[in-house]
Ligand binder design. Structure first.
Ligand code: NAD
Ligand code: MG
Length: 360
């Protein structure tokens, strides 16, 4: 078992382990709830809800609510019936929400926790690579609104993150690989040792060797926590977590979400590295290193049927929406990046062409 402490205005422990055995003790260390409401989705509930209820038994009365899995459930229409349930069960300020699932569950349950009675405690039990390495820490919670992702939300920290790495065994392989793109990102932006680890232990990580996953997740969480601690509300440094996300997000939208988020981030990181290389900020070796690690983790499938101009147009549209401030994260070396605001449309187009030609 590994444990790190997210230190900041509101510290909370992040426990990495291989089962749910220590869950009750970990919860009791941070709160003495009057009752517990587990929020989860329709894929995770049949796999883990019973086990989690069993482990929490005896602490307080336990209730659960299950919504349909998927991003399409991450909206206010899912939230309001859950508030109704809370009122029905007379949940109060000392009631505890447990978010059991991936990033969708964590963001939605965290948002409910932040807003019900002006904020009640919540615990994250992340069950995807994305949520274990990214979304469960950092305090961004929220839901999508109309066509806008994460438009309604808050900064609200959990009381505890309890990660059972063995839950990844049931996650579909494509979701695992896609999630690993965010881990690669953490290595590229801030941790050369994590890069070396990902390179050396690739086979073990892909085979889901639990010790290797624990080591990797510990290092990856540390990057996320340290960056967030320095800039919780994303005024500056936190933006480096968007490495690969500017073009990646545009690609995701233009592909109509047929290419998964992490896959798009991998293309986005290669494109950002290509722009960095062309600007003389990094060497060709750095560019090739990034591409090759993404390849090692099977993230760069051929990029077909994508209209490149639409991708660029999407970034430009985002830029207009945010008053010309869509920052690009460019790379100098593995572990060293910076925020750059003057990347041109032509650079983006060339980077897309390079990626399309080299990812065959
Ligand atoms: P997800 O929560 O939709 O999970 C992916 C799929 O896997 C779902 O179908 C889910 O039901 C299923 N699943 C989850 N755990 C499983 C398991 N152990 N075994 C089998 N199936 C399992 O997606 P995600 O990739 O975890 O998260 C994406 C969401 O996270 C997006 O909404 C994104 O906006 C958000 N996000 C938030 C932050 C943040 O800082 N708050 C950061 C990154 C992403
Ligand atoms: Mg991301």
């Amino acid at each position: 078992m590994k444990r790190l402490e997210k230190t900041s205005t509101r510290p909370y422990p992040i426990v990495l382990t291989f089962d749910f055995e220590g869950l009750a003790d970990a919860v009791l260390e941070v709160t003495r709830p009057s009752c517990i409401m587990i929020i989860t989705d329709s894929h995770v509930a049949p796999l883990y809800l019973e086990q989690v209820c069993e482990k929490l038994k005896g602490i307080a009365p336990i209730y659960s609510t299950v919504f349909e899995a998927g991003e399409q459930s991450k909206h206010l229409g899912t939230v309001t019936p859950i508030y109704d349930t809370f009122i029905e069960y007379q949940m109060d300020r000392s009631s505890l929400i447990v978010a059991l699932g991936g990033g969708v569950v964590g963001d939605l349950a965290g948002f409910i926790a932040s807003s019900y009675m002006r904020g009640i405690p919540f615990v994250q039990i992340p069950t995807t690579v994305v949520s274990q390495n990214d979304s469960s820490m950092g305090g961004k919670v929220g839901v999508d609104y109309l066509m806008h992702k994460n438009m309604i939300g808050a900064f609200y920290q959990p009381s505890l993150v309890y990660t059972n790495l063995a839950t990844l065994k049931t996650l579909p392989e494509r979701e695992v690989l896609s999630g690993l793109a965010e881990v690669l990102k953490h290595a590229f932006i801030k941790n050369k040792a994590l890069y070396d680890y990902l390179l050396e232990k690739r086979d073990k990580i892909l085979a889901q060797d639990l010790e290797a996953l624990e080591e990797m997740t510990y290092a990856s969480c540390l990057v996320k926590c340290r960056v967030v601690e320095a800039d919780t509300r994303e005024m500056g440094l936190r933006k480096i977590l968007n490495f690969g996300h500017t073009l990646g997000h545009a690609l995701e939208t233009v592909s109509n979400f047929t290419i998964l988020h992490g896959e798009c981030v991998a293309y986005g990181m290669v494109m950002a590295a290509w722009i960095s290389f062309k600007r003389g900020l990094c060497t060709q070796t750095t560019l090739e290193t990034i591409k090759s690690l993404c390849d090692d983790y099977h993230l760069l499938q051929p990029l077909q049927n994508i209209e490149l101009d639409k991708v660029v147009a999407h970034v430009v549209f985002d830029k207009k929406k945010s008053y010309g401030q869509v920052p690009f994260i460019l790379i100098y070396d593995i572990g060293q990046v910076d925020i750059i605001k003057d990347v041109t449309e032509d650079e983006m187009r060339q980077a897309l062409i390079y990626t399309q030609e080299t990812c065959q």
